[in-house]
Write a protein that binds this ligand. Structure first.
Ligand code: PLP
Length: 394
């Protein structure tokens, strides 16, 4: 039992992990698990990657924090690097995903204000997840996340995911829309992969209406889907893109990148953060981006993801209870026809950490450093567990 000194917002936690190395973590009785969640898509380089550890150690000896009252060389290097690899124009650093999305939402509102709109609106999606702050939980398409936290901020319009026509229909009813905010692949909502032309069509739609296309790549970014950012699969450039999770490999950091008009909306004093972009977090993120390149892990995520999907599809192909095996790169979901939260516990008994999201979707988010044999082991174990689970119920 966790100490009552903690607020009870996380529900019961039944496993205590005390050490990690590469693709494995160990619990407090010395038991080893293959980690196919990676801290919810955070530890893309695996646990305690030596390049990140070395950068942190070096910076911990040098300077941890000064605030944004001063120039921060590591922050500038990280900004230059992110801009170069993303094609965006500039960046604001936060400490978390939700804060990166808050920055994006504030950019959209600024644009609305410049356009003289009393209530500028942002189009968001059903099943979306954008965070737990008041604005981002309002953007989130899950009533459980919003329950009991009213009054919620105004200015959001919701449509089904992967439905460009539904947004087109909204455009006919509302003349105060300023932006579309969407995940390129929905994560918490069930690893939902849209049609391959979805982002390109959203880009065209936003161009036509003069709206910002704002992509939440907090989970899909940093190589997870087999491109550094998922929009790079579509060959488009968004106006705003947020990322966080994998950027620091476990050190809290978020980023809101902007291009074009969106990159000019914040002026001095319009937004800020005490910790955001501090030397420690930026050194970690720089080490992550350098390692993704030097170890060619983005290409690796694409190849591993294809192979994992293929193995799972072969092994689960004959199982009627499996509705769909889907994913992009190393973001993989297996949708069952029934709730399957028990699989998390059953996987632990097989020395494997997985996650179940949206009630009936097994979600795999392994490190990008997985070996071929670990990938096979993951596919075998997960398939076996699902087949056993389904058979037991029959
Ligand atoms: C995790 C996540 C967030 C929230 O990030 P936090 O760091 O928990 O605030 C927002 N959007 C998406 C798509 C996420 O996966």
């Amino acid at each position: 039992m966790a100490t009552p000194a903690l607020m009870q917002n996380y529900g019961e936690r039944t496993l205590t992990l005390v050490r990690g190395e590469g693709n494995y973590v160990w619990d407090d009785s010395g038991h080893r698990y293959l980690d196919a969640i990676a801290g919810i898509a955070v530890c893309g380089l695996g646990h305690c990657h030596p390049a990140v550890t070395a950068a942190l150690q070096d910076q911990a000896h040098t300077l941890l924090h000064v605030s944004n009252l001063y120039n921060i060389p590591a922050q500038e290097q990280l900004a230059d690097k992110l801009v170069a690899v993303s094609g965006m124009d500039n960046v604001f650093f936060s400490n978390s995903g939700a804060e990166a999305n808050e920055a994006a939402i504030k950019l959209a509102r600024r644009l609305g204000s410049e356009r003289g709109l009393a209530c500028p609106r942002i189009v968001v999606m059903e099943q979306a997840f954008h965070g737990r702050t008041l604005a981002t939980l309002t953007a989130t398409g899950n009533e459980k996340v919003q329950q009991g936290f009213g009054p919620l901020p105004e200015g959001f319009l919701r449509v089904p995911f992967n439905d460009v026509e539904a947004i087109e229909a909204l455009a006919a009813e509302h003349d105060d829309i300023v932006a579309v905010l969407v995940e390129p692949v929905q994560g918490e909502g069930g690893v939902r992969v849209p049609d391959s032309d979805y982002l390109r069509r959203l880009r065209e739609l936003c161009n036509r209406h003069n709206w910002l296309l704002m992509l939440d790549e907090i989970q899909t970014g940093n190589g997870r889907t087999g491109e550094l950012f998922a929009y790079q699969h579509a060959g488009i450039l968004p106006d705003v893109v947020t990322t966080a999770k994998g950027l620091g490999n476990g050190v809290p950091i978020g980023a809101c990148l902007a291009s074009g008009v969106a990159a000019q909306l914040f002026g001095a004093g319009s937004h800020g953060s005490t910790f955001g972009g501090n030397p420690l977090a930026c050194r970690a993120a720089l080490a992550v981006l350098e390692t993704l390149e030097s170890e060619r892990l983005v290409e690796r995520a694409a190849a591993l993801g294809d192979s994992l999907l293929q193995q799972l599809r072969v092994q689960l192909g004959g199982c009627d209870a499996v509705r769909q095996v889907r994913g992009l790169g190393l973001m993989v979901g297996i949708e069952l026809d029934r709730p399957c939260a028990e699989l998390v516990q059953q996987a632990r008994a097989s020395d494997l950490l997985i996650n179940v999201t949206a009630g009936n979707v097994v979600r795999l988010l392994p490190p990008l450093t997985l070996s071929d044999s670990e990938c096979r082991q993951l596919a075998d174990t997960v398939s076996t567990l699902i087949l056993q689970f389904v058979r037991r119920a029959a």
